[in-house]
Ligand binder design. Structure first.
Ligand code: HEM
Ligand code: SF4
Ligand code: SF4
Length: 516
């Protein structure tokens, strides 16, 4: 039916293995590895809310800052102290989920073509998050904050950026003026605002971005931060003292690892690593692409302007424009080639993709030129007409999920689509009407769809809660859905056996259902 997807390389299958391991603990829907971006947003908001409280009590003078924060932990441990700890742990969590999110997207190869924008706008977020996190330690103005501020100044002095070395600002207590401390406050308040703007920009080219994790996951993640904060409250080190070098420090290795690394190497080494990593990340999306897949194409004569493709496209690649033939419809879909992922989810949404149309050549309002929906109808008709078995099971699968090919035998006809979201529900009804004994629909696990929303929309359409919906008259006993990632072939086989048993138990012949 479609072109084969990029081969599963080691990194991709390793991520899938890890994700499957987590699935068995959390379930696919609540697996944190499938919601790293939205967890990042959650931690950002927790940091912002707890930060507002901390700012209200912070004495922003160099001499008063230490006392105002230290007393918060000691005298008001049940509220201010708790929020201070949550603030710190949420910052650590944000760094961890951000790095996890980056590694996941990288190993899945999600940095090219239509994803280039998301990738390139993600890279500056790395810098913002670390800069916000490191700057936060300075505001306590304890020995850890002193160490971090000093190390950052020495690192910046590694480049000939400033006329006089920044580290001179930390030679004596008198040198750390209120003005310098106001700069610390400004950095720690200004950068998060830039980060928020960067986050908004990052998800601009994504429809219905997953910016809030499922409620149970959000509650569990927030509760974990509070439990950690209660069990191991964050306390200040002794007050900063520029006449001494701090002796023992409890380093936050997640945010501040870069300082000990610099002292173990050199500031030049850290600059080299930073420039090298940024260069690599920014170069990745521009590496030559081996496969260029044609994007979705609209046929004005078959587009009635219903906007379903506009609503369902996961990458906001569809816009609605005035229809060239106003007698047919007021609006028509238009595809932005730069944004289109060639996923076919719009084809599954389009009312004109129904196989019941009496036209000899099925032309959809929107279609994938390399894998048109008419071909699926032809192949389905041919498979159900073949004499080797009169009651086949039809399997509609997805190129990116578990391979449906292994299920092919004389009693099973298989069709693998670019994304399971390309399947118009009417094809399920059509297959049953044309003689299939049952239909198995498979795709990636919840949260694992290669094109973000294909699995979700397919499930909703087949359950009848999203347009185009599967008609209520279609016998549900003859239909099975299974969500299985690449490599999870066992789940497919189990689902097929379940469907076979259900069909056998189904009372009487499959009723003929009339087309919509
Ligand atoms: C604070 C840090 C970050 C947060 C909170 C964040 C959040 C998100 C969110 C919510 C999405 C949409 C997910 C969805 O709805 O499917 C997303 C997508 C994406 N992010 Fe991030 N992100 C961050 C950093 C990064 C970084 C550092 C990179 C890589 C350099 C990156 C690369 C991507 C890519 C490629 C996508 C598109 C995924 C797809 O199309 O399937 N992000 N991010
Ligand atoms: S193929 Fe996918 S990305 Fe392209 S327009 Fe259709 S739904 Fe949008
Ligand atoms: S779903 Fe089909 S008919 Fe509706 S606007 Fe899109 S292309 Fe046109």
């Amino acid at each position: 039916m479609s072109q084969p997807p990029a081969p599963e390389h080691f990194g991709r299958s390793a991520v899938r293995r890890v994700e499957r391991g987590f699935d068995s603990v959390f379930g696919a829907r609540l697996n944190p590895l499938r919601h790293l971006g939205s967890l990042g947003f959650l931690f950002f908001w927790i940091i912002a809310i707890s930060g507002i409280y901390l700012y209200a009590v912070l004495d922003t003078s160099a001499s008063g800052a230490y006392r105002s924060i230290d007393e918060l932990s000691r005298k008001q441990w049940y509220l201010g102290g708790l929020l201070r700890s949550v603030h710190r742990y949420a910052a650590d969590a944000l760094v961890l989920v951000m790095i996890g999110h980056l590694i996941r997207e990288w190993l899945f190869g999600h940095f090219r073509g239509f994803r280039r924008f998301s990738w390139l706008t993600g890279v500056p977020l790395l810098l913002f998050v670390f800069a916000c996190g490191i700057g936060g330690f300075w505001l306590n103005w304890d020995q850890l904050g002193q160490f971090s501020a000093m190390a950052t100044a020495e690192w910046l002095d590694g480049l000939p950026l400033f006329a006089s070395p920044l580290a001179r600002n930390f030679l004596s207590a008198a040198a750390v003026s209120d003005r310098l401390f106001s700069l610390f406050v400004f950095i720690h308040l200004g950068l998060p605002l830039l980060l928020l703007f960067g986050l908004w920009f990052h998800i601009q080219r994504i429809s219905l971005a997953d910016v809030f994790p499922p409620r149970a996951l959000a509650v569990a993640a927030t509760a974990t931060l509070f439990v950690l904060a209660a069990l191991k409250p964050v306390l200040s080190h002794p007050a900063a003292d520029l006449s001494q070098v701090p002796a023992t420090l409890a380093i936050d290795w997640i945010v501040l690892f870069v300082h000990p690394l610099m002292y173990a190497t050199s500031s030049g080494f850290i600059w080299g690593i930073l420039v090298g990593v940024l260069f690599f990340l920014l170069l990745l999306p521009f590496l030559p692409q081996t496969r260029v897949i044609p994007v979705a194409k609209v046929d004005p004569d078959n587009c009635n302007g219903c906007r379903r493709c506009f609503d369902d496209c996961p990458y906001a690649a569809v816009t609605m424009v005035p229809h060239p033939n106003r007698r047919l419809a007021r609006q028509m879909a238009q595809v932005d080639a730069d944004l289109c992922a060639s996923c076919g989810i719009c084809v599954g949404a389009c009312p004109s993709s129904t196989p019941f149309r009496s036209v000899a050549e099925l032309v959809a309002g929107i279609d994938l030129p390399h894998s048109p929906i008419s071909r699926l109808r032809q192949q389905l008709q041919a498979a159900l007409a073949s004499p080797d078995s009169d009651r086949k099971i039809v399997v509609f699968g997805c190129d990116h999920g578990a391979s449906v090919e292994a299920l092919r035998d004389h009693g099973v006809a298989v069709f693998s689509l670019v994304c399971t979201g390309m399947l118009p529900p009417s094809f399920v009804e059509y297959a049953l009407r044309d003689g299939a004994s049952g239909v198995l629909v498979s795709g990636c696990r919840a949260g694992g769809c290669e094109f973000r929303l294909g699995q979700q929309w397919t499930e909703a359409r087949l359950l009848g809660v999203r347009e185009p919906h599967l008609r209520a008259a279609v016998p549900r006993d003859c239909i099975q859905m299974v969500w299985a990632d690449a490599g999870d072939d066992a789940a497919l086989r189990v689902a097929l056996s379940t469907l076979r048993r259900r069909i056998a138990a189904f009372d009487g012949p499959v009723p003929l259902v009339e087309p919509a």
